[in-house]
Design a protein around this ligand. Structure first.
Ligand code: ATP
Ligand code: MG
Length: 510
């Protein structure tokens, strides 16, 4: 048998008006962990969908060989039969069903007469959960699990189909540090058991740590494949292959022009929406000046998103108390409409859930939060709407055919740019960004940084939540640290470094 478990040769794929892949070659050696990287819209997910039978034979050019044998997949089932399983960027579990039911969905363990064999279902599920290191009762509904654990259920599901080539499309983008570490360790264990994997990720740190080789896609073409052993391949080296040029600075230069205190949050206290008496935010206070970019650092569970969402029209939590002042005067933030009317915008972390109407086109998604600006009296003026959307699309460099493409057809990172654009269009006075560059490639990150800086230059106050400390240090004038619902520090840019922030983020205080 050939050493190559997979060969994809000369793969081409077109969507109406978009050439997503051109003459792509991918050769994967049995037993390796291969990383697949590239900018948003480079074609990573599309290539894996071709491999997974999502786009059946005849829908793409080129050929696929598994173990040296040419494959003609007419659907996902065919590729599964060849031992290939894909865990997509968007998880595909059914929340109401149990863990075990999800694992064997479409592949039920039956006895005679098509009746489900619950005994086997649960004992096999238990065994699979053990293999992926998930200590949960298989009868639990999937909705009770966090994203990290759902990811593991997906892997258990893949294992149940005797997967030999496991593909993970940005598996850690929604996971916290510990969950990511566990998942990456699991890939290593599966490798020991002879399972080959392909890992798509924008987190170059984790890629260089776990992968054996890395393939870079750019504009739908394979640029190069590099062996990572020996440690000669640096992140900068990978980045320049991804973007086709050297990136000298990861953060744009800026001379801040900071004015008076614009927004002030005082004594902000929030309880958990369902767990009675559980305090999530405890008397938090912060100020943001005109033209200032302020960071909010904290570990998972510190309460950063809860703080942001509750300030944004109490869209989270119970018994919210405290005050928000603008230019010294208390403002109403009792509902999202109040918050928006007071000039506050919030770009959520989970952009898929809260941000976009996937069936609608890019144009409408971009202008949705500010339709007033493109309307005469109460009627939308299509020409003005298109002009505005076209301008935003250009500024954000959204990779799409035009503004009339459905938002759901954009690559993951480009969808995120649209959500950012949507809130920028409201020209907020206080822009709260929750993990604004999660899932965004390095080149596009730089562009998003520029946009954030430009908004600040125009006088907006920006509050930026990020789990990447280098990003906060590179972008912010000042950083607040949070730990367990409390603000534990307020550090000016010149005095902040990763260690000092980390210390504040893990200080419980009193
Ligand atoms: N169903 C579709 N219809 C039209 N165009 C599509 C469709 N799916 C993908 N595309 C386009 O194909 C190109 C490649 O998209 P793909 O999702 O493969 O990118 P990606 O490398 O996975 O990016 P990301 O890192 O943002 O997830 C993009 O220009 C995208 O807009
Ligand atoms: Mg993708």
């Amino acid at each position: 048998m050939s050493d190559l478990i997979l060969q994809m040769r000369g793969i081409g794929k077109e969507f109406p008006g978009v050439r997503a892949l051109t003459d792509v070659d991918l050769r994967v050696t049995r037993g390796e962990i291969r990383a697949l990287v590239g900018e948003n819209g480079a074609g990573k997910s599309t290539l894996m969908k071709v491999l997974g039978g999502v786009y059946p034979h005849g829908d793409y050019a080129g050929e696929i060989l598994v173990d040296g044998v040419e494959q003609v997949f007419s659907g996902v089932r065919d590729s599964e039969r060849a031992g290939i399983a894909i865990i997509h960027q968007e998880l595909a579990l059914v929340p109401q069903l149990s863990i075990a039911e999800n694992i064997f969905l479409g592949n039920e363990r039956v006895r005679g007469a098509g009746r489900i064999d619950w005994g086997r279902t649960s004992s096999e599920a238990r065994e699979l959960l053990r293999r992926v290191g998930l200590d949960e009762d298989p009868t639990l509904p999937v909705s009770a699990l966090g994203v990290g654990k759902q990811q593991l259920v997906e892997i258990a599901k893949a294992l149940s189909k005797r997967v030999r080539l496991l593909i993970l499309d940005e598996p850690t983008s929604a996971l916290n540090e510990t969950e990511s570490e566990n998942l990456l360790a699991l890939l290593g264990e599966l490798k020991e058991q002879g399972i080959t994997s392909i890992l798509i990720s924008h987190k170059l740190g984790e890629v260089t740590r776990v992968a054996d080789t890395i393939t870079v896609l750019r504009d739908g073409r394979t640029v190069e494949t590099m062996a990572l052993s020996g440690g000669a391949v640096t992140e900068d080296r990978i980045i320049s292959a991804m973007v086709g040029r050297d990136l000298e600075h990861r953060f744009p230069e800026r001379t801040p022009d900071i004015g008076e205190v614009r927004f002030e949050v005082r004594d902000w206290t929030v309880d958990h929406p369902t767990q009675l008496g559980r305090r999530l935010i405890d008397r938090a206070g912060l100020t943001i000046r005109r033209g200032e970019i302020v960071g909010l650092a904290g570990l998972m569970g510190a309460g950063r998103t809860e703080l942001a969402m509750s300030v944004f029209g109490r869209s989270y939590g119970r018994y919210v108390s405290g005050t928000v002042r603008k230019d010294g005067t208390e403002i109403r933030t009792g509902s999202v409409a109040d918050a928006v009317a007071s000039g506050i915008a919030y770009v959520p972390e989970d952009r898929k859930e809260l941000g976009l109407i996937l069936d609608d086109d890019i144009r409408r998604n971009l202008t949705l939060a500010g339709l007033r600006r493109v309307s005469r009296r109460t009627v939308i003026d299509p020409a003005r709407e298109s002009v505005a959307a076209e301008r935003l699309r250009g500024q954000l460099r959204v990779k799409s055919r035009d503004i009339f493409q459905a938002a759901g057809n954009l690559s993951g990172g480009n969808q995120q740019k649209v959500v950012l654009g949507k809130w920028m269009f409201t020209e907020p006075e206080l822009l709260i960004l929750d993990e604004p560059t999660r899932g965004i490639d390095v080149g596009a990150k730089y562009e998003i940084y520029l946009i954030i800086q430009r908004l600040a230059e125009e006088g907006a106050s920006v509050l930026m939540i990020s789990s990447e400390l280098p990003e906060l240090l590179g972008m912010c004038d000042r950083v607040y640290a949070m730990c367990e619902g409390r603000i534990t520090g307020d550090v000016a840019r010149d005095e902040a470094d990763q260690e000092s922030l980390m210390r504040l983020m893990t200080t419980t205080g009193s």
